[in-house]
Design a protein around this ligand. Structure first.
Ligand SMILES: C[S@@+](CC[C@H](N)C(=O)[O-])C[C@H]1O[C@@H](n2cnc3c(N)ncnc32)[C@H](O)[C@@H]1O
Length: 266
């Protein structure tokens, strides 16, 4: 078993967004596992796009950190995106990107990879158009707290799809807390809405980036724990993929990742 780092809820307010974003500055060819995550989101929207009406469908990113990588495949399929995170520094990174302010993170290599390589779109303007579309559709950037009875505060909206990536295993102290968050997602999904979840397995710490810093708590999960979480909270798993690290993983003790597409039971 890996070394265990105590969970500290308040430490998340000091999330080092700029350091974390260094994970997302590597050339796309060097992304390794990250490319497989991009494929997961891309394949979902390729295979299920008929279930989304671009003029009315809505999407929630829960615990997005300072990142936009899972939203690039979403943008053409929905009318608006609500982005949420606990840490103000992370929400601020997303705001400065949306408003195209100086110092914002450069997500263009990710957009290029998804649009050109995964979607096969060679239109010379396609990449810039996707960036503009994502900026336009990124309409709400809000606080969330997985442990609150109302994780999105007063927001009552129901979404067609929710993404949560590499988040709940970080913010939950134990498995009961982890299972409880999935049940809370129900209130934010339309009937038969989709939940896309990417979780790190079999590790109990992670680093903000591979240059170092403190080790952060990560709940030690096994693949079956995600089955339990989905079953207990009324989700049917439609698709799942295990992603193995291509090489030594310097940023966490994680042994593998699991991507799940689940659907809310009526
Ligand atoms: C490892 S980061 C994951 C970021 C991003 N989803 C990604 O794919 O890289 C974990 C995120 O959980 C957020 N977080 C911390 N406490 C939280 C809470 N109580 N509720 C929801 N999110 C929380 C942090 O601010 C951080 O952005």
């Amino acid at each position: 078993m890996d070394e265990t780092i105590p969970y500290d809820k308040d430490a998340n307010f000091q999330f080092d967004s700029k350091a974390y974003l260094q994970r997302y500055t590597h050339p796309i060819e060097a992304l390794g596992i990250q490319v497989q995550f991009l494929e997961c989101w891309h394949q979902f929207y390729r295979d299920y796009h008929q279930d989304f009406d671009e003029s009315s469908s809505t999407m929630l990113e829960f615990g997005g950190g300072p990142t936009l990588w899972s939203l690039i495949s979403v943008a053409p399929n929905v009318s608006s995106i609500t982005f949420s995170d606990y840490a103000e520094t992370n929400r601020s990174e997303i705001e400065i990107w949306r408003d195209n302010e100086s110092g914002c993170h450069d997500w263009k290599p990710y957009v290029e990879y998804i649009v050109r390589t995964l979607e096969g779109n060679q239109d010379p303007n396609a990449v810039d158009l996707r960036v503009q579309e994502l900026r336009r559709k990124l309409q709400n950037i809000i606080f969330c707290d997985a442990h609150s009875e109302k994780p999105l505060g007063e927001m009552q909206q129901k979404f067609d799809v929710i993404h949560t990536n590499l988040c709940l295993e970080i913010v939950c102290e134990d498995k009961d807390a982890f299972y409880a968050v999935f049940s809370k997602f129900h209130q934010y999904l339309k009937p038969r809405g989709y939940l896309l979840c990417l979780a790190a397995l079999e590790g109990s710490w992670y680093l903000c980036w591979n240059g170092g810093g403190q080790k952060w708590h990560q709940l030690y999960l096994q693949s079956e724990d995600l089955d339990t979480a989905m079953a207990r909270s009324g989700f049917t798993i439609l698709y799942t993929r295990i992603v193995h690290p291509a090489s030594t993983n310097l940023m966490s003790a994680t042994k593998k990742w699991r991507f799940i597409v689940a659907r809310k039971k009526d």
